[in-house]
Design a protein. Structure first.
Length: 197
């Protein structure tokens, strides 16, 4: 691929892509928050490719992978089921984790966050069996995925599904089970400027 002319003007979409790479590098620990803020400001002020080239010069071409990294085995299908049983605790799964076909969450007086945005999902459907007492569950879905929550027995609890089916055939998350004095929130990634959570 021929590198762009350093005198060529940078578009807004290209600036956003640069900010996204800087943000990913910050999450990986390659940049600290001050470096991220400084480089982001410079990216927004830049006019040409020559001005933004140095902002990415010390970062890998594709964040998270180095040329010397040994690839993971292709047969990593993972377990068919994952059970989480927190008691008066906080549990979080995020980043590059393997989502099985079924998750069982048996929580008492606990909070559970399942962030699937960057997770490895090897099936078209993920079942989540809930057994909650005085607990909260937050499920963050990857882009294109949706959730179905029609078979949950609810007692003094709330279910907020902000990622229901919208006509896109992505990964389907099926929530079922029972809840007492608990809450479940299902959502997609939130965005504000270059922040994602």
């Amino acid at each position: 691929m021929v590198p762009p002319d350093p005198n060529m003007r940078v578009s807004n979409a290209e600036r956003e892509a640069i900010i996204a790479r800087l943000h990913a590098a910050t999450e990986e620990g390659r940049l600290d928050l001050q470096e991220f803020a400084d480089r982001s400001r410079e990216a927004y002020e830049a006019r040409t490719y020559g001005e933004v080239e140095r902002l990415l010069a010390d970062l890998p071409e594709t964040t998270g992978t180095l040329a010397t990294t040994t690839p993971a085995p292709a047969a990593a299908a993972g377990p068919a089921e994952l059970r989480l049983n927190p008691k008066a605790s906080s549990v979080e799964r995020k980043g590059d984790w393997l989502v099985p076909r079924k998750l069982a969450v048996d929580a008492k007086a606990s909070s559970v966050k399942l962030d699937c945005r960057h997770a490895k999902i090897n099936s078209t459907q993920v079942e989540i069996d809930l057994n909650l007492i005085a607990s909260s569950v937050e499920l963050v879905l990857p882009a294109g995925a949706y959730a179905v929550d029609e078979n949950i027995d609810v007692v003094a609890s709330s279910v907020e599904n902000k990622a229901s089916y919208q006509g896109v055939d992505g990964i389907r998350f099926v929530l079922y089970g029972r809840m007492k004095i608990s809450s479940v929130t299902v959502r997609h990634e939130r965005r504000f400027l270059w922040w994602r959570w």
